[in-house]
Ligand binder design. Structure first.
Ligand code: AMP
Length: 423
């Protein structure tokens, strides 16, 4: 049997799992201040949720989805991202009926069949927020600010983050621009990679995303959507920038930022960190998707959100020297002198835990000496030694591991004494 996790997946061992939980706690606390509520959607959906929502021509849908037929003959796909599912759920449960606004956040694994490399996994973990029913540019500025503040709250210095901002226009200005870029690509086909030439027919704006330096040079000569936005999109974009300026959120306008999903309209943004990340340097990003609910035959419902990736955020934190503090695995270790007192030790450890103290005991019949070593390894501040002699007089020995002071305390009073000493 192959005991290795599948390619592109990783076990989250305690240090990493603790960091994931830390991110979720920071997120929950921050998002609550902005009125976001939790939502959990299934890890798999009917494939159509993604093909219609994200778009057939995108990399995600055309190459990266884990799609299979279930035993009932349905086409099922493991979710490659969170937005499509949240919008599907909001439509199914009428969360935005009668003009209501929904503010939701999620956290969990996503699945994309990508070529694994540093910061790029096949199962990776995202945290994201979505605002549905909000058309105003203040919503865009709020969502971007939440993303920025989240990374700040983790301790990632603003100086190593770069917030890129762009507008992708809407159905009144983007089609003409798309056509002009497709024509531009055909004109310069000789100097572009095959993939970009193919994109002219499917998803021309993605040519701006090409990592190939030759393609980048050519695409630098293409006209910018920023200059071709319709009046409404231009006004929206300007207002988003004004609101960000007012809050002092530093952004860099990047008209080549198109992001890989078809559903984006108007505002798109991404936060990048160079240190420690190599080529996968985007730690989070998102945008507005005002037409997405209509792709599911729902009513026109403006919306926007972001998703951030756990693995890359952790790499950025490591590069910035930020550690997630590990609590001691035990505050007190209840040690036994011999196995005549096992039952008392077991009961005392439980009373410690019931008193709110992190307590551990030996389950491996170790000697007293190795129980002390184990207590040290676990970071215990106190060891309570239970022996037949002390027990005969209803007492145990309480040892402070840092000062090495020892005192006798009554067995019954030991949990309260340890809880008080721990403060
Ligand atoms: P996206 O849904 O592609 O906009 O990605 C949002 C964020 O998720 C990115 O900024 C990354 O931090 C993270 N992410 C996306 N794809 C992967 C992947 N294959 N492996 C690890 N993280 C990813």
């Amino acid at each position: 049997m192959n005991a290795q996790a599948p390619k592109g997946t990783a076990d989250m061992l305690p240090d990493v799992a603790r960091a994931w939980e830390h991110l979720q706690r920071v997120a929950q606390e921050l998002f609550a201040r902005y009125g976001y509520e939790p939502v959990y959607t299934p890890l798999f959906e009917h494939t159509e949720v993604f093909t219609r929502g994200i778009g057939e021509a995108t990399d995600i849908v055309s190459k990266e989805m884990y799609t299979f037929e279930d035993k009932g003959g349905r086409s099922i796909t493991l979710r490659p991202e969170g937005t499509a599912s949240v919008v599907r759920a909001a439509l199914e449960h009428n969360l935005t009926a009668n003009g209501a606004q929904a503010k939701l956040y999620y956290a969990g694994p996503m699945f994309r069949y990508e070529r694994p490399q540093k910061g790029r996994m096949r199962q990776f973990w995202q945290i994201g927020i979505e605002v549905l029913g909000a058309a105003e540019p203040t919503a865009d500025a709020e969502v971007i600010t939440v993303l920025w503040r989240f990374f700040e709250a983790l301790g990632i210095p603003a100086a190593i983050m770069r917030l890129l901002l762009n507008s992708m226009g809407d159905e009144s200005c983007r089609p003409a621009y798309r056509d002009s870029i497709a024509a531009f690509i055909r004109q310069h086909a000789r100097d572009l990679c095959e993939e970009c030439v193919r994109r002219a027919e499917t998803n021309p704006l993605r040519a701006f995303d090409c990592k190939n330096p030759g393609c980048r040079e050519v695409m630098a000569g293409a006209s910018l959507l920023r200059d071709e936005l319709c009046d409404e999109c231009a006004a929206h974009y300007a207002a988003v920038k004004t609101h960000l300026d007012a809050l002092g959120i530093p952004y860099v306008e990047d008209s080549t930022l198109v992001r890989g999903l078809d559903y984006y309209t108007r505002t798109v943004f991404e936060i990048q960190v160079d240190a420690g990340l190599g080529s996968q340097n985007a730690i989070g990003g998102g945008g507005r998707y005002d037409r997405l609910m209509e792709a599911y035959d729902g009513p026109p419902t403006p919306g926007l959100g972001f998703a951030l990736g756990f693995e890359r955020t952790l790499l950025a934190m490591q590069a910035a020297g930020i550690e997630v503090p590990a609590p001691p695995r035990a505050e007190v270790f209840v040690a036994r002198v011999d196995d005549s007192v096992t039952a008392e030790v077991f009961a005392l450890a439980q009373r410690m835990r019931d008193a709110g103290v992190a307590a551990e005991l030996d389950h491996q019949a170790r000697s007293l000496k190795s129980q002390f070593k184990q207590a040290d390894r676990l970071g215990a501040r106190f060891v309570v030694v239970v022996g037949p002699d002390e027990l005969a007089s209803g007492e145990v020995t309480l040892r402070d591991m840092s000062t090495r002071e020892e005192k006798r305390v009554a067995l019954d009073a030991a949990p309260a004494a340890v809880a008080a000493a721990l403060g």
